[in-house]
Write a protein that binds this ligand. Structure first.
Ligand SMILES: Cc1cc2nc3c(=O)[nH]c(=O)nc-3n(C[C@H](O)[C@H](O)[C@H](O)COP(=O)(O)OP(=O)(O)OC[C@H]3O[C@@H](n4cnc5c(N)ncnc54)[C@H](O)[C@@H]3O)c2cc1C
Length: 401
């Protein structure tokens, strides 16, 4: 337990009480097999409940509908939500963690007034950064936003845009100065996804769902009032990922892994049998594997605790968060693979999936397939390893052509 969190023991009890009243009792069963429309309805309702409790955007200032919670209090909140097996607010994740930070950091009050209330109430956002030829090397992106009086005319293509098919707005990184070198000519714009010229084509992923999309823009008009910060300064602004938010996201992740690892897989394993009919847990090999995974989940938890403690005491989180991202995403794959192996051939049977459950749906084969996205999204693990080499180990910078 991190010492700083004990100040919030009363708050912890308050959140636990709120969860008992508000977390839908059978959401896991009811959302298993949900259609896309049912998923959207459920997520919108859960957003409303979280917002009414003051827990949707706890870190935002009260002036903008938040609860002004400091980091330690947020950590307690997320620990309790995870403990109560509350659903994640997946539909708002891009809005809260990707779109709102630059609007707070570099937007003006008129933009905050225009966009922030909608994030709490009804809007879905996506992030248009990656392109077919610009992912890890994002600064080389080629979507153009050409200034024409009081508007930009946007042409280009984005890819892997999560939630784009349902989104109302996109936080878009586009080239406003074609002559400036790489990152210097980029700007951050808010694009209305309902604008003429925006075409979204869902990409069906490995488990048959269209979560991320290709987004094509042909002569899309964006008013200059939607430019966030200064023109051509979009790269610097887009790098302002708030450290505290990153830490809180990681805390949620750790609790999910712990739940998936300890509660779910070990509990489920109690009910499995080996091909000869003996209980799985009587098998020495199975016990050894479960014990190993359990230990790894606890290591992740300690790494996170150390990062959060540093953040609380020193106010910053450095490249250690990359170590956690690498460890977490690869552990998740090992965890899900073990579940598939233990379940045996039954894991191959087609079964309904719970789209609101993130990586712990209980449909192990789908959870396993989905776990691979975590080693790519948010910066691939190879790029993370480069960061660790340079920033943590102090090795020379990679030479890039
Ligand atoms: C689940 C998921 C959701 C996503 N959602 C969004 C979204 O909402 N919006 C958005 O804009 N993007 C999104 N992405 C895209 C994501 O940001 C990119 O996939 C990621 O940045 C990698 O880019 P890329 O796919 O072009 O791969 P590339 O950059 O082409 O990389 C291909 C391979 O080469 C390796 N590689 C590349 N450069 C180096 C290097 N310098 N050193 C060592 N190895 C290297 C990579 O690690 C990788 O293994 C999402 C991706 C996933 C998986």
């Amino acid at each position: 337990m991190i010492e700083e969190l004990s100040r919030y023991d009363n708050f912890r009890a308050e959140v636990a009480g709120w969860c008992r009243e508000n977390v839908p009792a059978n959401w896991r069963q009811e959302q298993t097999g949900a259609s896309h429309a049912q998923y959207l309805t459920f997520q919108r309702e859960w957003r409303r409940v979280l917002a009414a409790g003051g827990y949707l955007v706890p870190h935002w200032p009260q002036q903008w509908g938040g609860s002004d919670m400091e980091l330690a209090q947020q950590v307690v909140l997320y620990e309790e939500l995870a403990r109560a097996d509350a659903p994640r607010a997946d539909l708002t994740k891009v809005a809260i963690y990707n779109a709102a930070p630059p609007i707070f950091a570099a937007g003006n009050d008129e933009q905050r007034q225009r966009f922030l209330p909608g994030i709490i109430e009804q809007d879905v956002w996506c992030q248009g950064f990656s392109e077919p030829n610009a992912g890890s090397d994002l600064a080389s992106l080629s979507t153009k936003a050409s200034r024409d009086g009081d508007r930009y005319i946007v042409n280009g293509q984005k890819i892997w845009t999560s939630l784009a098919a349902d989104a109302d707005y996109c936080i878009l990184l586009a080239r406003t100065d074609p002559d400036a070198a790489n990152s210097r000519g980029l700007s951050l714009l808010v694009m209305d996804m309902h604008s003429p010229g925006v075409e979204v084509r869902p990409i069906i992923n490995a488990i048959g769902r269209g979560e991320f999309c290709e987004t094509f823009m042909t002569d899309v008009e964006i008013p200059v009032e939607n430019l966030i910060g200064d023109e051509n300064n979009g790269w610097a602004i887009s790098q302002t990922t708030l450290a505290s938010e990153r830490a809180v996201v990681l805390t949620t992740i750790s609790e999910l892994v712990r739940r998936a690892g300890r509660d779910h897989i070990i509990e489920t394993a109690r009910h499995w049998t080996m091909p000869d009919g003996t209980p799985s847990l009587a098998d020495g090999g199975v016990r050894e594997q479960l014990g190993g995974i359990y230990g790894e989940v606890e290591i992740l938890r300690l790494l996170l605790n150390r990062m959060i403690t540093n953040l609380l005491r020193e106010g910053g989180v450095g490249a250690e968060s990359s170590v956690i991202k690498i460890y977490y995403s690869e552990l998740l794959q090992r965890l899900m693979r073990l579940a598939v192996e233990l379940e045996g051939l039954d894991a191959q049977l087609e079964r309904p999936f719970n789209p609101s459950s993130s990586q712990a749906s209980g449909n192990h084969i789908m959870d396993y397939v989905m776990s691979f996205g975590w080693t790519i999204g948010g910066g691939t693990n190879e790029i993370m390893r480069d960061l660790v080499a340079e920033k943590v180990l102090g090795l020379p910078r990679e030479r890039r052509s």
